[in-house]
Design a protein around this ligand. Structure first.
Ligand SMILES: C[S@@+](CC[C@H](N)C(=O)[O-])C[C@H]1O[C@@H](n2cnc3c(N)ncnc32)[C@H](O)[C@@H]1O
Length: 264
């Protein structure tokens, strides 16, 4: 699959066009060989093509930004279900990276007013770039904000008004073994989450509880070993109800959801 996608990239054609192609000129063959060498050296496919498919979008990616993963598409599916029937929901994506979640929500819910928060100065350049491309394609513009999702002053003007907070935060426990594509090419800030992987999640729960309106929805992606730990952390705040965990398509625990407590 990777070889086909790289050959198509070297030729500048869609993958399906390979089916009817029976020869490759010398220049394209040389480009293909160079790409194969890099891929064999464990450079991620998406860094070589410069693109990552995610739901209905194709995002620009490269060094300095986390490559969006297919598992996260289900978190977006869940998020869209929470927004169904709300004309102009207020949405915050904490840790936006390429903008995969924020821009998909804006694309698939045309009325959503989405803010994407990103702390990494390199990654946010990709967030801004992809947001500009989507705005040019006439999606409702997403607000991109440089900030720390654990900062008590973040987005103070939205306190108690947000319909949905969604996040795919860094959650890999420090020192865990990850594939070379990940270790060498995903940005450290996108991966490592402290001794149990949940340092950033603890801070994001405080921010989410402050931002969400009563009844507002929270969705957080996590590692497959954190299917009990993250729901327990969410419950322990005392700020959320309806805490549930959801599997990915491979059946592994993948994201936790909850609703902001409604007080009488
Ligand atoms: C796992 S990546 C997810 C990126 C994107 N949302 C996705 O699903 O592909 C986590 C992102 O959170 C950002 N991040 C990490 N810590 C953060 C913090 N404290 N505040 C804001 N963003 C943070 C990282 O730079 C990275 O872009």
């Amino acid at each position: 699959m990777d070889a086909e996608l790289l050959l198509a990239h070297a030729l500048g054609v869609p993958r399906v066009a390979l089916l009817t192609r029976d020869d490759v000129d010398g220049a394209a063959a040389a480009r293909f060989a160079a790409l194969l060498d890099q891929r064999a050296g464990r450079v991620p496919l998406q860094h070589l093509t410069g693109r990552a498919p995610f739901r209905h979008l194709e995002l620009a990616v490269g060094p300095g930004v986390f490559v969006p993963r297919p598992e996260t598409e289900q978190l977006v599916e869940w998020a869209l279900a929470q927004l169904a029937g709300v004309d102009e929901p207020v949405v915050v994506d904490l840790g936006a990276g390429s903008g995969a979640i924020a821009l998909s929500l804006a694309h698939e819910h045309r009325g959503a007013r989405v803010t994407a928060v990103e702390r990494d100065p390199q990654a946010i350049e990709w967030t801004r770039h992809n947001a500009a491309l989507r705005a040019a394609a006439r999606d409702r513009p997403v607000t991109v904000l440089a900030g720390d999702m654990t900062d008590p002053a973040l987005l103070r003007d939205l306190d108690g008004t947000v319909d949905l907070v969604v996040s795919n935060p860094p959650y890999v426990p420090d020192g865990a073994r990850v594939p070379r594509e990940v270790a060498d090419h995903d940005p450290p800030l996108a991966l490592w989450g402290g001794p149990d992987g949940l340092d950033v999640v603890r801070g994001l729960l405080v921010t989410a509880a402050r931002l969400l309106r009563p009844g507002g929805a929270l969705g957080i992606e996590h590692a497959d070993q954190q299917g009990s730990a993250v729901p327990a952390l969410v419950r322990a705040t005392g700020e959320f109800t309806d805490v549930a965990d959801h599997p990915d398509l491979a059946g592994r625990p993948r994201f936790t959801t909850a609703r902001r407590t409604t007080r009488d």
